[in-house]
Ligand binder design. Structure first.
Ligand code: NAD
Length: 483
Protein backbone atom coordinates (compact mmCIF):
# COMPACT_ATOMS: atom_id res chain seq x y z
CA UNK A 1 0.00 0.00 0.00
CA UNK A 2 1.33 3.42 -0.98
CA UNK A 3 1.69 5.87 1.90
CA UNK A 4 -0.71 8.80 1.73
CA UNK A 5 0.45 11.82 -0.27
CA UNK A 6 -0.49 15.16 1.27
CA UNK A 7 -2.23 17.52 -1.16
CA UNK A 8 -3.62 21.02 -0.70
CA UNK A 9 -7.24 21.40 -1.77
CA UNK A 10 -9.34 24.52 -2.35
CA UNK A 11 -13.06 23.89 -2.79
CA UNK A 12 -13.47 27.23 -4.53
CA UNK A 13 -16.57 29.27 -5.29
CA UNK A 14 -19.79 28.86 -7.28
CA UNK A 15 -19.99 25.28 -8.57
CA UNK A 16 -16.51 24.65 -7.07
CA UNK A 17 -17.53 22.88 -3.85
CA UNK A 18 -19.91 20.52 -5.67
CA UNK A 19 -17.53 19.47 -8.44
CA UNK A 20 -14.61 19.18 -5.99
CA UNK A 21 -16.65 16.96 -3.65
CA UNK A 22 -17.65 14.72 -6.58
CA UNK A 23 -14.09 14.56 -7.92
CA UNK A 24 -12.51 13.71 -4.59
CA UNK A 25 -15.17 11.09 -3.96
CA UNK A 26 -14.32 9.37 -7.26
CA UNK A 27 -10.56 9.60 -6.70
CA UNK A 28 -10.85 8.12 -3.19
CA UNK A 29 -13.19 5.34 -4.30
CA UNK A 30 -10.60 4.49 -6.97
CA UNK A 31 -8.02 4.02 -4.24
CA UNK A 32 -6.27 7.40 -4.22
CA UNK A 33 -3.89 7.57 -1.27
CA UNK A 34 -4.17 11.25 -0.50
CA UNK A 35 -4.27 13.31 2.67
CA UNK A 36 -6.15 16.54 2.15
CA UNK A 37 -5.17 19.87 3.66
CA UNK A 38 -8.04 22.22 2.88
CA UNK A 39 -7.27 25.91 2.42
CA UNK A 40 -9.46 28.93 1.94
CA UNK A 41 -8.94 30.99 -1.21
CA UNK A 42 -11.26 33.01 -3.41
CA UNK A 43 -14.36 35.10 -2.91
CA UNK A 44 -14.71 34.77 0.87
CA UNK A 45 -11.09 35.77 1.39
CA UNK A 46 -11.33 38.70 -1.05
CA UNK A 47 -14.50 39.96 0.59
CA UNK A 48 -12.92 39.74 4.05
CA UNK A 49 -10.63 42.55 2.86
CA UNK A 50 -7.65 40.47 1.73
CA UNK A 51 -7.08 41.67 -1.87
CA UNK A 52 -4.75 38.74 -2.61
CA UNK A 53 -7.67 36.30 -2.14
CA UNK A 54 -5.41 33.83 -0.38
CA UNK A 55 -5.30 33.27 3.38
CA UNK A 56 -1.68 33.52 4.60
CA UNK A 57 -1.68 29.93 5.90
CA UNK A 58 -2.33 28.70 2.36
CA UNK A 59 1.27 29.37 1.31
CA UNK A 60 2.59 27.24 4.19
CA UNK A 61 0.34 24.41 3.07
CA UNK A 62 1.37 24.75 -0.59
CA UNK A 63 5.06 24.92 0.25
CA UNK A 64 4.76 21.80 2.30
CA UNK A 65 2.54 19.63 0.04
CA UNK A 66 3.75 21.10 -3.28
CA UNK A 67 0.53 19.84 -4.87
CA UNK A 68 -2.54 22.05 -5.28
CA UNK A 69 -5.91 20.70 -6.39
CA UNK A 70 -7.99 23.79 -7.01
CA UNK A 71 -11.66 24.27 -7.83
CA UNK A 72 -12.66 27.36 -9.81
CA UNK A 73 -12.76 30.66 -7.99
CA UNK A 74 -14.80 33.81 -8.40
CA UNK A 75 -12.71 36.95 -8.78
CA UNK A 76 -14.91 39.84 -7.61
CA UNK A 77 -15.47 42.56 -10.19
CA UNK A 78 -13.63 45.79 -9.62
CA UNK A 79 -10.12 47.06 -9.42
CA UNK A 80 -7.65 45.94 -6.80
CA UNK A 81 -8.44 42.23 -6.69
CA UNK A 82 -5.46 40.22 -7.83
CA UNK A 83 -6.10 37.04 -9.84
CA UNK A 84 -5.23 34.06 -7.63
CA UNK A 85 -4.35 31.97 -10.65
CA UNK A 86 -1.73 34.42 -11.79
CA UNK A 87 -0.42 34.93 -8.25
CA UNK A 88 -0.16 31.19 -7.63
CA UNK A 89 1.50 30.46 -10.96
CA UNK A 90 4.05 33.19 -10.51
CA UNK A 91 4.74 32.70 -6.81
CA UNK A 92 5.27 28.96 -7.17
CA UNK A 93 7.00 29.24 -10.56
CA UNK A 94 4.46 27.03 -12.38
CA UNK A 95 5.89 27.64 -15.82
CA UNK A 96 4.15 24.91 -17.81
CA UNK A 97 0.44 24.78 -18.44
CA UNK A 98 -0.57 21.40 -19.83
CA UNK A 99 -3.99 21.01 -21.35
CA UNK A 100 -5.10 17.85 -23.16
CA UNK A 101 -7.95 18.55 -25.60
CA UNK A 102 -9.63 15.37 -26.73
CA UNK A 103 -12.88 14.75 -28.56
CA UNK A 104 -15.22 11.94 -27.49
CA UNK A 105 -17.04 11.29 -30.73
CA UNK A 106 -19.80 10.14 -31.14
CA UNK A 107 -20.75 10.44 -27.49
CA UNK A 108 -20.12 14.17 -27.09
CA UNK A 109 -20.89 16.52 -29.93
CA UNK A 110 -17.79 17.74 -31.73
CA UNK A 111 -16.83 19.02 -35.15
CA UNK A 112 -13.57 17.08 -34.93
CA UNK A 113 -14.13 13.36 -34.28
CA UNK A 114 -10.46 12.35 -34.10
CA UNK A 115 -8.97 15.25 -32.19
CA UNK A 116 -6.41 14.37 -29.52
CA UNK A 117 -3.92 17.15 -28.86
CA UNK A 118 -2.05 18.44 -25.85
CA UNK A 119 -1.35 22.15 -25.60
CA UNK A 120 1.68 23.10 -23.56
CA UNK A 121 1.61 26.80 -22.82
CA UNK A 122 4.41 28.84 -21.30
CA UNK A 123 2.87 30.28 -18.19
CA UNK A 124 5.08 32.96 -16.68
CA UNK A 125 6.38 35.44 -19.22
CA UNK A 126 5.60 37.03 -22.61
CA UNK A 127 3.05 39.87 -22.38
CA UNK A 128 1.86 38.41 -19.07
CA UNK A 129 4.82 39.83 -17.17
CA UNK A 130 2.28 42.57 -16.47
CA UNK A 131 4.71 45.45 -17.04
CA UNK A 132 2.58 48.20 -18.55
CA UNK A 133 3.03 51.96 -18.78
CA UNK A 134 1.18 54.87 -20.20
CA UNK A 135 4.02 56.80 -21.78
CA UNK A 136 2.40 59.77 -23.44
CA UNK A 137 -1.09 61.14 -23.77
CA UNK A 138 -1.70 58.80 -26.67
CA UNK A 139 0.56 55.83 -26.18
CA UNK A 140 0.36 52.85 -23.82
CA UNK A 141 2.90 50.07 -23.66
CA UNK A 142 3.00 46.46 -22.49
CA UNK A 143 6.42 44.83 -22.34
CA UNK A 144 6.76 41.45 -23.98
CA UNK A 145 9.53 39.57 -22.20
CA UNK A 146 10.77 36.31 -23.63
CA UNK A 147 13.75 34.79 -21.86
CA UNK A 148 16.17 32.08 -22.82
CA UNK A 149 15.69 30.11 -19.57
CA UNK A 150 11.91 30.47 -19.96
CA UNK A 151 12.03 29.10 -23.53
CA UNK A 152 14.41 26.31 -22.58
CA UNK A 153 12.23 25.17 -19.69
CA UNK A 154 8.96 25.08 -21.63
CA UNK A 155 10.40 23.62 -24.82
CA UNK A 156 12.25 20.86 -23.00
CA UNK A 157 9.14 20.17 -20.97
CA UNK A 158 7.10 19.75 -24.16
CA UNK A 159 9.60 17.32 -25.69
CA UNK A 160 9.84 15.33 -22.44
CA UNK A 161 6.06 15.23 -22.17
CA UNK A 162 5.77 13.98 -25.75
CA UNK A 163 8.36 11.29 -25.24
CA UNK A 164 6.97 10.03 -21.96
CA UNK A 165 3.44 9.94 -23.29
CA UNK A 166 4.28 8.13 -26.51
CA UNK A 167 3.39 11.14 -28.62
CA UNK A 168 4.94 11.40 -32.05
CA UNK A 169 5.23 15.06 -32.88
CA UNK A 170 5.84 18.43 -31.21
CA UNK A 171 4.77 21.61 -32.99
CA UNK A 172 5.73 25.15 -31.98
CA UNK A 173 3.68 28.20 -32.95
CA UNK A 174 5.30 31.65 -32.96
CA UNK A 175 5.08 34.91 -34.85
CA UNK A 176 8.79 35.14 -35.54
CA UNK A 177 8.33 36.53 -39.02
CA UNK A 178 7.39 39.76 -37.22
CA UNK A 179 8.89 39.45 -33.71
CA UNK A 180 12.26 38.22 -34.84
CA UNK A 181 13.99 38.66 -31.51
CA UNK A 182 11.40 37.53 -28.93
CA UNK A 183 9.43 34.91 -30.82
CA UNK A 184 12.58 34.26 -32.81
CA UNK A 185 14.29 33.15 -29.59
CA UNK A 186 11.43 30.75 -28.79
CA UNK A 187 11.73 29.24 -32.28
CA UNK A 188 15.53 29.05 -32.07
CA UNK A 189 15.44 27.28 -28.70
CA UNK A 190 12.80 24.90 -30.10
CA UNK A 191 15.16 24.01 -32.97
CA UNK A 192 18.17 23.70 -30.66
CA UNK A 193 16.52 21.45 -28.07
CA UNK A 194 14.62 19.51 -30.73
CA UNK A 195 17.94 18.06 -31.93
CA UNK A 196 18.14 16.13 -28.65
CA UNK A 197 14.87 14.34 -29.50
CA UNK A 198 15.52 12.56 -32.80
CA UNK A 199 12.70 10.11 -32.06
CA UNK A 200 10.11 12.91 -32.27
CA UNK A 201 8.85 14.76 -35.32
CA UNK A 202 9.23 18.52 -35.04
CA UNK A 203 7.57 21.36 -36.87
CA UNK A 204 7.03 25.09 -36.57
CA UNK A 205 4.09 27.14 -37.81
CA UNK A 206 3.51 30.86 -37.85
CA UNK A 207 0.79 31.23 -35.24
CA UNK A 208 -1.88 32.78 -37.47
CA UNK A 209 -1.97 30.05 -40.09
CA UNK A 210 -1.16 27.43 -37.42
CA UNK A 211 -4.17 28.51 -35.41
CA UNK A 212 -6.37 28.37 -38.48
CA UNK A 213 -5.09 24.90 -39.28
CA UNK A 214 -5.62 23.75 -35.69
CA UNK A 215 -9.21 24.97 -35.67
CA UNK A 216 -9.85 23.33 -39.04
CA UNK A 217 -7.79 20.14 -38.90
CA UNK A 218 -6.75 19.47 -35.30
CA UNK A 219 -5.92 15.87 -36.18
CA UNK A 220 -2.82 17.23 -37.94
CA UNK A 221 -1.34 18.09 -34.53
CA UNK A 222 -0.16 16.11 -31.55
CA UNK A 223 1.71 18.12 -28.85
CA UNK A 224 1.80 21.89 -29.29
CA UNK A 225 4.17 24.21 -27.45
CA UNK A 226 3.34 27.91 -27.38
CA UNK A 227 4.42 31.19 -25.79
CA UNK A 228 2.00 32.47 -23.14
CA UNK A 229 -0.43 34.65 -25.09
CA UNK A 230 -0.89 32.35 -28.08
CA UNK A 231 -1.19 29.42 -25.68
CA UNK A 232 -3.83 31.19 -23.63
CA UNK A 233 -6.00 31.91 -26.65
CA UNK A 234 -5.46 28.67 -28.52
CA UNK A 235 -5.89 26.33 -25.56
CA UNK A 236 -9.44 27.65 -25.12
CA UNK A 237 -10.10 27.31 -28.83
CA UNK A 238 -8.80 23.75 -28.72
CA UNK A 239 -10.91 22.81 -25.69
CA UNK A 240 -14.02 24.33 -27.23
CA UNK A 241 -13.69 22.66 -30.62
CA UNK A 242 -12.95 19.31 -28.97
CA UNK A 243 -16.43 19.43 -27.48
CA UNK A 244 -16.73 21.70 -24.48
CA UNK A 245 -14.64 23.82 -22.17
CA UNK A 246 -16.48 21.97 -19.39
CA UNK A 247 -14.51 18.78 -20.09
CA UNK A 248 -10.92 19.95 -20.03
CA UNK A 249 -8.56 19.92 -17.09
CA UNK A 250 -5.15 21.46 -16.87
CA UNK A 251 -1.94 20.98 -14.98
CA UNK A 252 0.36 23.86 -14.05
CA UNK A 253 3.80 22.46 -13.45
CA UNK A 254 6.89 23.99 -11.89
CA UNK A 255 10.15 22.75 -10.48
CA UNK A 256 8.92 23.08 -6.91
CA UNK A 257 5.15 22.59 -7.10
CA UNK A 258 2.16 21.83 -9.31
CA UNK A 259 -1.46 22.95 -9.52
CA UNK A 260 -4.34 21.02 -11.08
CA UNK A 261 -7.63 22.62 -12.07
CA UNK A 262 -10.54 22.63 -14.51
CA UNK A 263 -10.23 25.21 -17.25
CA UNK A 264 -13.71 26.64 -16.77
CA UNK A 265 -14.78 29.16 -14.15
CA UNK A 266 -17.06 29.03 -11.13
CA UNK A 267 -20.31 29.29 -13.19
CA UNK A 268 -22.12 31.09 -10.35
CA UNK A 269 -25.51 30.79 -12.05
CA UNK A 270 -25.30 27.00 -11.85
CA UNK A 271 -24.06 26.87 -8.26
CA UNK A 272 -25.80 24.92 -5.53
CA UNK A 273 -28.14 23.08 -7.89
CA UNK A 274 -26.28 19.80 -8.38
CA UNK A 275 -26.10 20.57 -12.11
CA UNK A 276 -22.46 21.19 -12.97
CA UNK A 277 -20.27 18.77 -14.84
CA UNK A 278 -17.30 17.73 -12.66
CA UNK A 279 -15.36 16.26 -15.64
CA UNK A 280 -12.83 19.08 -16.11
CA UNK A 281 -11.80 19.02 -12.47
CA UNK A 282 -11.84 15.23 -12.32
CA UNK A 283 -9.59 14.94 -15.40
CA UNK A 284 -7.26 17.47 -13.77
CA UNK A 285 -7.33 15.14 -10.75
CA UNK A 286 -6.31 12.29 -13.07
CA UNK A 287 -3.23 14.29 -14.10
CA UNK A 288 -2.56 14.96 -10.43
CA UNK A 289 -2.62 11.26 -9.59
CA UNK A 290 -0.04 10.63 -12.33
CA UNK A 291 2.03 13.51 -10.99
CA UNK A 292 2.06 12.17 -7.42
CA UNK A 293 3.02 8.70 -8.56
CA UNK A 294 -0.31 6.89 -8.41
CA UNK A 295 -0.80 6.21 -12.13
CA UNK A 296 -2.90 3.11 -11.51
CA UNK A 297 -5.53 5.28 -9.78
CA UNK A 298 -5.38 7.76 -12.66
CA UNK A 299 -5.92 4.99 -15.16
CA UNK A 300 -8.83 3.44 -13.25
CA UNK A 301 -10.60 6.80 -12.90
CA UNK A 302 -9.98 7.92 -16.47
CA UNK A 303 -11.20 4.66 -18.00
CA UNK A 304 -14.30 4.59 -15.77
CA UNK A 305 -15.00 8.18 -16.79
CA UNK A 306 -14.68 7.30 -20.48
CA UNK A 307 -17.04 4.37 -19.94
CA UNK A 308 -19.58 6.63 -18.20
CA UNK A 309 -19.47 9.10 -21.09
CA UNK A 310 -19.80 6.22 -23.53
CA UNK A 311 -22.76 4.79 -21.63
CA UNK A 312 -24.59 8.07 -22.25
CA UNK A 313 -24.71 9.15 -18.60
CA UNK A 314 -24.39 12.91 -19.12
CA UNK A 315 -24.74 16.16 -17.20
CA UNK A 316 -26.96 18.86 -18.73
CA UNK A 317 -24.13 20.60 -20.60
CA UNK A 318 -23.24 17.56 -22.72
CA UNK A 319 -26.70 15.96 -22.78
CA UNK A 320 -28.12 15.45 -26.26
CA UNK A 321 -31.46 13.88 -27.09
CA UNK A 322 -30.94 10.67 -29.07
CA UNK A 323 -27.29 10.22 -28.04
CA UNK A 324 -27.38 10.57 -24.26
CA UNK A 325 -29.22 7.95 -22.23
CA UNK A 326 -29.55 9.55 -18.82
CA UNK A 327 -29.40 13.15 -17.65
CA UNK A 328 -27.75 13.30 -14.25
CA UNK A 329 -26.59 15.85 -11.67
CA UNK A 330 -23.06 16.38 -10.39
CA UNK A 331 -23.34 13.82 -7.59
CA UNK A 332 -25.01 11.14 -9.69
CA UNK A 333 -22.42 11.58 -12.42
CA UNK A 334 -19.73 10.93 -9.79
CA UNK A 335 -21.60 7.83 -8.57
CA UNK A 336 -21.94 6.59 -12.15
CA UNK A 337 -18.15 6.79 -12.52
CA UNK A 338 -17.61 5.01 -9.20
CA UNK A 339 -19.96 2.24 -10.35
CA UNK A 340 -17.75 1.76 -13.43
CA UNK A 341 -14.37 1.71 -11.67
CA UNK A 342 -12.44 -1.24 -13.05
CA UNK A 343 -14.21 -1.04 -16.43
CA UNK A 344 -12.80 0.23 -19.69
CA UNK A 345 -14.49 2.05 -22.55
CA UNK A 346 -15.55 -0.21 -25.41
CA UNK A 347 -15.49 2.22 -28.33
CA UNK A 348 -13.37 5.10 -27.10
CA UNK A 349 -9.68 4.39 -26.71
CA UNK A 350 -8.83 3.28 -23.17
CA UNK A 351 -6.02 5.16 -21.47
CA UNK A 352 -2.97 3.56 -19.97
CA UNK A 353 -0.84 5.39 -17.44
CA UNK A 354 0.85 2.46 -15.79
CA UNK A 355 3.36 1.98 -18.60
CA UNK A 356 5.59 4.85 -17.56
CA UNK A 357 3.53 7.64 -19.08
CA UNK A 358 3.60 10.63 -16.84
CA UNK A 359 3.76 14.34 -16.52
CA UNK A 360 7.44 15.25 -16.31
CA UNK A 361 8.47 17.41 -13.38
CA UNK A 362 9.87 20.85 -14.10
CA UNK A 363 13.16 20.72 -15.99
CA UNK A 364 16.35 22.50 -15.02
CA UNK A 365 17.98 25.06 -17.30
CA UNK A 366 21.36 24.61 -18.97
CA UNK A 367 24.21 26.69 -17.52
CA UNK A 368 25.64 29.00 -20.19
CA UNK A 369 28.48 31.42 -20.48
CA UNK A 370 26.94 34.86 -21.00
CA UNK A 371 27.66 36.51 -24.35
CA UNK A 372 30.01 39.52 -24.46
CA UNK A 373 27.81 42.59 -24.27
CA UNK A 374 28.75 45.99 -25.63
CA UNK A 375 26.60 49.13 -25.67
CA UNK A 376 26.77 50.83 -29.06
CA UNK A 377 23.89 53.27 -28.90
CA UNK A 378 20.68 54.25 -27.21
CA UNK A 379 17.06 54.75 -28.25
CA UNK A 380 15.67 57.79 -26.50
CA UNK A 381 11.87 57.91 -26.54
CA UNK A 382 10.41 61.40 -26.41
CA UNK A 383 6.92 62.76 -25.98
CA UNK A 384 6.70 65.45 -28.67
CA UNK A 385 3.62 67.11 -30.08
CA UNK A 386 4.74 70.24 -31.92
CA UNK A 387 5.07 71.57 -35.47
CA UNK A 388 2.21 69.43 -36.75
CA UNK A 389 4.25 66.37 -35.72
CA UNK A 390 6.57 66.88 -38.67
CA UNK A 391 9.44 64.39 -38.18
CA UNK A 392 11.82 66.64 -40.18
CA UNK A 393 11.35 69.40 -37.63
CA UNK A 394 12.05 66.98 -34.80
CA UNK A 395 15.13 65.66 -36.61
CA UNK A 396 16.44 69.19 -37.14
CA UNK A 397 15.81 70.23 -33.53
CA UNK A 398 17.51 67.14 -32.17
CA UNK A 399 20.68 67.69 -34.17
CA UNK A 400 21.83 70.09 -31.45
CA UNK A 401 22.31 67.22 -29.02
CA UNK A 402 24.75 65.35 -31.30
CA UNK A 403 28.34 65.20 -30.10
CA UNK A 404 30.29 63.56 -27.26
CA UNK A 405 30.58 60.39 -29.39
CA UNK A 406 26.86 59.98 -30.23
CA UNK A 407 24.84 60.95 -33.25
CA UNK A 408 21.14 60.82 -34.10
CA UNK A 409 20.75 58.22 -36.87
CA UNK A 410 17.03 57.51 -37.07
CA UNK A 411 13.64 58.52 -35.73
CA UNK A 412 10.70 56.14 -35.82
CA UNK A 413 7.06 56.50 -34.90
CA UNK A 414 5.28 53.31 -33.79
CA UNK A 415 8.27 51.44 -35.20
CA UNK A 416 8.09 53.00 -38.67
CA UNK A 417 11.13 55.03 -39.72
CA UNK A 418 10.06 58.64 -40.29
CA UNK A 419 13.44 60.38 -40.31
CA UNK A 420 15.60 60.74 -42.31
CA UNK A 421 13.70 60.31 -45.57
CA UNK A 422 10.33 59.36 -44.12
CA UNK A 423 7.12 59.18 -46.12
CA UNK A 424 4.71 62.09 -45.80
CA UNK A 425 1.78 59.65 -45.59
CA UNK A 426 2.93 57.94 -42.38
CA UNK A 427 0.56 58.60 -39.49
CA UNK A 428 2.40 59.85 -36.43
CA UNK A 429 1.45 59.85 -32.74
CA UNK A 430 3.04 61.85 -29.91
CA UNK A 431 5.63 59.15 -29.11
CA UNK A 432 8.96 59.17 -30.97
CA UNK A 433 11.87 56.80 -30.82
CA UNK A 434 15.09 58.69 -31.47
CA UNK A 435 18.02 56.39 -32.16
CA UNK A 436 21.47 57.63 -31.21
CA UNK A 437 24.45 55.57 -32.24
CA UNK A 438 28.00 55.74 -31.08
CA UNK A 439 30.50 57.25 -33.47
CA UNK A 440 33.48 55.91 -31.56
CA UNK A 441 32.77 52.26 -30.57
CA UNK A 442 31.43 51.32 -27.15
CA UNK A 443 29.22 53.82 -25.38
CA UNK A 444 29.48 54.40 -21.62
CA UNK A 445 26.65 54.98 -19.17
CA UNK A 446 28.14 58.40 -18.50
CA UNK A 447 27.82 59.31 -22.21
CA UNK A 448 24.16 58.23 -22.15
CA UNK A 449 23.49 60.30 -19.03
CA UNK A 450 25.13 63.35 -20.63
CA UNK A 451 23.10 62.77 -23.80
CA UNK A 452 19.87 62.72 -21.79
CA UNK A 453 20.94 65.91 -20.09
CA UNK A 454 21.42 67.57 -23.48
CA UNK A 455 18.05 66.22 -24.71
CA UNK A 456 16.32 67.70 -21.63
CA UNK A 457 18.20 71.01 -21.99
CA UNK A 458 17.04 71.22 -25.60
CA UNK A 459 13.49 71.23 -24.23
CA UNK A 460 12.49 67.64 -24.92
CA UNK A 461 10.41 65.44 -22.63
CA UNK A 462 12.18 62.08 -22.70
CA UNK A 463 10.10 59.23 -21.35
CA UNK A 464 12.42 56.29 -21.49
CA UNK A 465 15.57 54.88 -23.02
CA UNK A 466 16.53 51.48 -24.38
CA UNK A 467 20.21 50.71 -24.68
CA UNK A 468 21.38 49.32 -28.02
CA UNK A 469 23.76 46.46 -27.30
CA UNK A 470 25.61 43.88 -29.28
CA UNK A 471 26.07 40.37 -27.91
CA UNK A 472 29.21 38.61 -29.16
CA UNK A 473 29.16 41.21 -31.89
CA UNK A 474 25.57 40.50 -33.01
CA UNK A 475 23.09 43.39 -32.74
CA UNK A 476 20.60 42.86 -29.90
CA UNK A 477 18.03 45.24 -31.33
CA UNK A 478 15.74 45.46 -34.32
CA UNK A 479 16.00 48.04 -37.09
CA UNK A 480 13.22 50.54 -37.63
CA UNK A 481 10.60 49.40 -40.15
CA UNK A 482 11.83 50.81 -43.45
CA UNK A 483 15.37 51.48 -42.13
P1 NAD B 1 -17.49 30.02 -16.52
O1 NAD B 1 -16.51 29.05 -17.07
O2 NAD B 1 -17.72 29.98 -15.06
O3 NAD B 1 -18.88 29.79 -17.26
C1 NAD B 1 -19.05 29.87 -18.68
C2 NAD B 1 -20.25 29.04 -19.12
O4 NAD B 1 -19.94 27.66 -19.02
C3 NAD B 1 -21.50 29.25 -18.27
O5 NAD B 1 -22.62 29.17 -19.11
C4 NAD B 1 -21.48 28.10 -17.33
O6 NAD B 1 -22.75 27.76 -16.84
C5 NAD B 1 -20.84 26.99 -18.16
N1 NAD B 1 -20.06 26.06 -17.34
C6 NAD B 1 -18.81 26.28 -16.87
N2 NAD B 1 -18.38 25.22 -16.19
C7 NAD B 1 -19.35 24.31 -16.24
C8 NAD B 1 -19.48 23.00 -15.71
N3 NAD B 1 -18.51 22.43 -15.00
N4 NAD B 1 -20.63 22.34 -15.93
C9 NAD B 1 -21.60 22.89 -16.64
N5 NAD B 1 -21.55 24.12 -17.16
C10 NAD B 1 -20.42 24.83 -16.97
O7 NAD B 1 -17.03 31.46 -16.98
P2 NAD B 1 -17.54 32.91 -16.55
O8 NAD B 1 -19.04 32.87 -16.38
O9 NAD B 1 -16.93 33.82 -17.50
O10 NAD B 1 -16.86 33.19 -15.14
C11 NAD B 1 -17.51 33.01 -13.87
C12 NAD B 1 -16.50 33.26 -12.74
O11 NAD B 1 -15.46 32.30 -12.81
C13 NAD B 1 -15.81 34.62 -12.80
O12 NAD B 1 -15.75 35.14 -11.49
C14 NAD B 1 -14.42 34.32 -13.30
O13 NAD B 1 -13.48 35.22 -12.80
C15 NAD B 1 -14.21 32.95 -12.73
N6 NAD B 1 -13.21 32.13 -13.45
C16 NAD B 1 -12.38 31.38 -12.69
C17 NAD B 1 -11.47 30.55 -13.29
C18 NAD B 1 -10.56 29.73 -12.41
O14 NAD B 1 -10.69 29.76 -11.21
N7 NAD B 1 -9.63 28.99 -12.97
C19 NAD B 1 -11.40 30.44 -14.68
C20 NAD B 1 -12.29 31.20 -15.46
C21 NAD B 1 -13.21 32.04 -14.82
Amino acid sequence: MTSKTPITVAYGDGIGPEIMAASIHVLKEAGAQIEIDEILVGEKVYLSGNTSGIEPRAWESLRSTKVFYKAPLTTPQGAGFKSINVTTRKTLGLYANVRPCVSYHPFIKTKHPVMDIVIIRENEEDLYAGIEHRQTDEVYQCLKLITRPGCEKIVRYAFEYARRNNRKKVTAFTKDNIMKMTDGLFHKVFDEIGVEYPDLEKEHWIVDIGAAKMADTPEAFDVLVLPNLYGDVLSDVAAQIAGSVGLAGSANIGQHAAMFEAIHGSAPRRAGQNLANPSGLLLAGVMMMVHIGQPEVAERVHNAWLRTVEDGVHTYDIFREGVSKQKVGTKEFGEAIVARLGQKPQQLKPVSYASGESIPPGAAVAVRTPAKKETVGVDVFVNWDEAGRDPNVLGEKLRVVNGDGVELTMISNRGQKVWPHGAAETFCVDHWRCRFESTTGALSHAQIVRLLDRVANAGFDFIKTENLCTFDGQPGYSLGQGQ
